[in-house]
Design a protein around this ligand. Structure first.
Ligand SMILES: [Zn+2]
Length: 465
């Protein structure tokens, strides 16, 4: 394992010498079933936090502490002896996704197994392996080399609730704002375009989600006795859904696109430079055709444009045979993905007003807001982005291309609360099958991730605070 480019000799030597120990550590952490969503695994998530704390201390980090929250614990550690250099806060998470369907795994999800050049197991790529890149890089630099061997001040924060939507993370950041203060945030929880096409993500979409209830009558009514004279909840739900987009695939809420920051010409050409086979992409998504905003390229639709998806639609009878009713109730789940500089609150208000306007008096409409995440965007001209790009170039032997992520996560809160740019040093690959059966981590990417962490600190140390 570990096909390494030409980089920091200290870390390359360290990896060559420590290969079995590093692999053992990865396997040891993956073996802990820290599934955040299942209360039966609460104790395992706590064990995972303790494991992480021990590993931080072993790496040479100080002030290591398991930070309890009303939910699952986070872990913190730091090394603050690079006087005069900037401070980087490294973020990752130690909770993992559920593992079902279990029978689709080729080896049990919590029995880490190396096949070929991958280590398979839940959490190997998302996100224990990516966090471990940093911890092992710190261990490699601090081990036996004394203070000063990491050229920047590092703080490491490993969350325990990322996979369940980070419900207490914002409050944790606010409460720990002083201890977490930093010049730059480094998130390692994303993917690269491909192992031979390294990339840097610079943005994540925001999200606002709704649970919408419609009620047209006090009870389901006989369609022969009442049909034709009373409102039908299924029809009104369908009218709302059909009106959400216009014929060009654009979201029809008034003013929805007003605040959208246009792509810079540099980013547009960076996206266009990514090698993308749309037919293969569609096949991978298992769809027979693509859609979306007319005239907008696929990657821009995914990363730089806001969207709306109805994620659930329920009304009336769905069983076998005939049931002659006029349904009295309908329920919709609606999610908007947002981009800079849209405000989740403004979109939420606009959606609610739009829905109320379309539903006549006499039909009850309840709109509940269920989740709100702001969009995050790292300025591509920030010197720290250039520093990250140089680090990646040195390790992967190719200049990274710019991407964004269509998803939403705690990165927005990190950047906002800590008032620092968020860098994404993500070493995952789409073939890692995160959140799915047979999740695995490419061990060459893992080794390069350790080196890239060391390179990044060297580059960041050269920047002014
Ligand atoms: Zn993750």
């Amino acid at each position: 394992m570990f096909d390494l480019g030409a980089t920091t000799p200290v870390l390359a030597d360290f990896l060559a010498a420590e290969r079995p120990t590093v692999l053992d550590a990865l396997a040891g952490w993956v073996r802990i079933p820290s599934i955040g969503a299942h209360p039966v695994h609460d104790r395992d998530v706590a064990t995972s936090a303790e494991w992480c704390a021990e590993r931080m201390a072993a790496a040479g980090l100080e002030h290591v502490e398991v930070l309890s929250t009303p939910g699952h614990p986070a872990v913190y550690g730091d090394w603050l002896h690079a006087d005069g250099a900037l401070t980087a806060l490294i973020y990752g998470h130690h909770d993992v996704q559920p593992v079902d369907p279990l029978d689709e795994w080729d080896s049990p999800p919590f029995e880490p197994t190396v096949r070929g050049r991958r280590l398979f197991g839940r959490g190997a790529s998302d996100d224990k392996g990516q966090v471990l890149c940093h911890l092992e890089a710190i261990r490699g630099l601090l081990g036996g080399h004394g203070p000063g061997a990491v050229p920047v001040n590092v703080k490491v924060l490993v969350e325990g609730e990322e996979e369940t939507g980070s419900p207490h993370f914002g409050a944790l950041l606010e409460a720990e704002r002083e201890r977490l203060a930093c010049d730059v945030v480094v998130v390692s929880d994303t993917s690269m375009w491909a192992a031979d096409v390294p990339s840097i993500s610079t943005g994540m979409r925001g999200l606002v989600a709704f649970d919408v209830h419609l009620r047209t009558a006090g009870r389901d009514l006989h369609s022969g006795v009442f049909g034709g004279a009373v409102p039908n909840a299924a029809h009104w739900a369908a009218r709302l859904v059909a009106a959400l987009h216009d014929r060009d695939g654009r979201v029809a809420l008034p003013g929805f696109y007003d605040a959208v920051r246009p792509l810079s010409p540099a980013e547009r050409s960076a996206f266009a430079a990514l090698p993308l086979d749309e037919a293969a992409w569609a096949a991978d998504a298992s769809v027979g055709c693509l859609e979306g905003e007319a005239g907008v390229p696929l990657l821009e639709r995914l990363w730089a444009r806001p969207t709306c998806d109805v994620t659930g639609l329920h009304s009336g009878y769905g069983g076998d045979g005939v049931k002659t009713i006029v349904p009295a109730a309908a329920r919709l789940k609606v999610t908007f993905r947002l981009v800079a500089d849209q405000s989740p609150e403004a979109v939420a208000d606009a959606f609610e007003a739009w829905a109320r306007q379309r539903i006549p008096a006499g039909i009850r409409l309840d709109v509940h807001r269920e989740a709100t995440v702001g969009p995050a965007l790292t300025p591509t001209d920030h010197p720290a982005v250039a520093a990250l790009a140089r680090s990646i170039t040195r390790v992967w032997g190719a200049e990274p291309l710019l991407t964004r992520s269509g998803g939403s996560g705690p990165e927005e809160a990190l950047g906002r609360v800590l008032a620092a740019p968020v860098l994404h040093l993500g070493i995952g690959l789409s073939s890692d099958r995160i959140h799915a059966p047979n999740e695995g981590l490419d061990l060459d990417q893992f080794g390069r991730g350790v080196l890239a962490a060391g390179e990044l600190w060297r580059e960041l140390a050269a920047l002014p605070c």
